[in-house]
Design a protein around this ligand. Sequence first.
Ligand SMILES: NC(=O)C1=CN([C@@H]2O[C@H](COP(=O)(O)OP(=O)(O)OC[C@H]3O[C@@H](n4cnc5c(N)ncnc54)[C@H](OP(=O)(O)O)[C@@H]3O)[C@@H](O)[C@H]2O)C=CC1
Ligand SMILES: CC(=O)C(=O)O
Ligand SMILES: [Mg+2]
Length: 645
Amino acid sequence: MFSLNTTTFLNNSLSGVVLQQQRRVAAPPLVVAAAAANGRKGGDQNVTVLVENSVKEIRDASPAAVTPVEKESKLNVSGGVGDVYGEDTATEDQSITPWTVSVASGYPLLRDPHYNKGLAFTEREKDTHYLRGLLPPVVISQELQVKKMMANIRQYQVPLQRYMAMMDLQERNERLFYKLLIDHVEELLPVVYTPTVGEACQKYGSIFRQPQGLFISLKEKGKILEVLKNWPQKKIQVIVVTDGERILGLGDLGCQGMGIPVGKLSLYTALGGIRPSSCLPVTIDVGTNNEKLLNDEFYIGLRQRRATGQEYAELIDEFMSSVKQTYGEKVLIQFEDFANHNAFDLLANYGSTHLVFNDDIQGTASVVLSGLIAAQKLVGGTLARHTFLFLGAGEAGTGIAELIALEMSKQTGAPVEETRKKIWMVDSKGLITRSRMEGLQHFKRPWAHEHEPVRNLVDAVKAIKPTVLIGSSGAGRTFTKEVVEAMASFNEKPIILALSNPTSQSECTAEEAYMWSEGRAIFASGSPFDPVEYNGKVYASGQANNAYIFPGLGLGLIISGAIRVHDDMLLAASEALAAQVTEENLEKGLIYPPFSIIRKISAKIAADVAAKAYELGLATRLPEPENLVAYAESCMYSPAYRSYR
Ligand SMILES: NC(=O)C1=CN([C@@H]2O[C@H](COP(=O)(O)OP(=O)(O)OC[C@H]3O[C@@H](n4cnc5c(N)ncnc54)[C@H](OP(=O)(O)O)[C@@H]3O)[C@@H](O)[C@H]2O)C=CC1
Ligand SMILES: CC(=O)C(=O)O
Ligand SMILES: [Mg+2]
């Protein structure tokens, strides 16, 4: 289903390199700034400063503010790392150029989230950057700032208050925000991501303070190129875009879906090490069919019903071509939380012309396959011995099903048409069978097998007797006691995945899964659940969420200069993630590794995805680095403060 033609990729790949090189040659040379511009003027003047850090870090600054200095400068670091973020990786690799960075000084510096360090400015920096008197006398470390912020955040009992505190921090001191998120990822992921981001989107209009991404509405039709130019950062490598029509399992939230691209991109940085300034959150606003929002005085989007058909397609098409024109063909565009009547078409329409990836279809598939691969160590045997039943036959469900079928086909040598027969689906009308074929959406058709009609899930479970039950319906509490008990009646260790987000939409809770299966279920969920105690034993459960995959996948695409996403990369990502599950994890019943080591995991995923890109001839960054894991790690953004001198 996701497969694309490799020859086309290769041709595109080659022409991509040529185009990049031509553009580079034609580009005007950058102005060389004097490194010794320190102390030039005071007040709110810009001051050119040398920043002690690696080249890739320094390029974190907006390119407009970055100017090269002589090669022998102290800033010259060895190793082919900075080129990852360079415009033309192939040519810059040989001689990495050091840079100076022009940042504001004085009061504007304290108001610039990219450079602000709050109370961590040193005495020297206070002098050189005209900060004396603007800050209290104390100088504290970033570690102490983290400690203080965590203590503050923990005081909030309401999750949305924690979310807002984190967003405020991101807008005030970006590096501290990422330091917090990276150092306390397991605690803060539920704050900036699911489940809390769901509530944040529902109330986005009321809590809106600052724009955190680009809003492209029907009003911008014909002007999207100019709109992209308004975004302050120019070197974008990853865009997450939504039209807000299927936000988590919460439905159409229109323009307020912006919380999702913002959240996903903060994970790209925190979990995958993509620098923040390379990330662009976008919401395409074509209206909303959500009456509640249309009548909400605080709603921030277009107050009209959704545009569809040609009007919708034209806006998307203008966006896609403007993005390519502005950022080149290697910018990764992640489609997120589109409704399925658009999502599959967007992937099909742009999959062969742009570097696109649908997280809900492909990222979810990859993370679930990974969990199933790991689960084999607990249940024994191979994937092919299983029978799968899904509740929900949309993007997530059919995307996962297709990747499982592909993997089973690879493992057994059987054609994918055969392996699909082991996978069954229930949608809102019941079991998908051949007798329903006529009215079925195209993405459900491969799953219509011969069977008498079955109206509901519990009857389907009893009839099909699956070994794996996957919830991808967006409908909360649909794995009832009867359903889980039925699974446990014919499986020693039933595999039950309740993928729907946020927590309110989860098909069952961890407690229900363990209690109703008498502690025998292998359970994971899309949103996190606390460990559960049952019969004197504590059961932890994993988080089957695409957040394990997309940050590493994106990093792998970027470091290899990939120009297309291929199914084999998703399979490689699944294997890489599954390989990180330890015996210790498995003993606790966990089929995913902890998020606390996510950066290490992302580096491994990135390396394997990049290796696959090279193998498939889809990589444009040449030569291929010898040690891809080390290379991926070296490219990751660090939130540590840089020293301005
Ligand atoms: N954990 C993770 O990483 C991810 C989780 N998800 C979650 O998965 C859920 C679904 O997302 P997605 O696949 O994109 O959504 P879609 O809208 O594409 O699909 C939803 C499917 O569920 C079916 N459905 C809805 N309600 C019921 C019900 N009561 N009984 C049976 N079937 C039902 C729909 O049936 P019909 O077709 O008949 O309308 C449809 O087939 C969301 O909650 C989302 O948050 C998504 C991506 C990643
Ligand atoms: C996790 C995710 O992408 C979703 O629930 O839509
Ligand atoms: Mg999603």
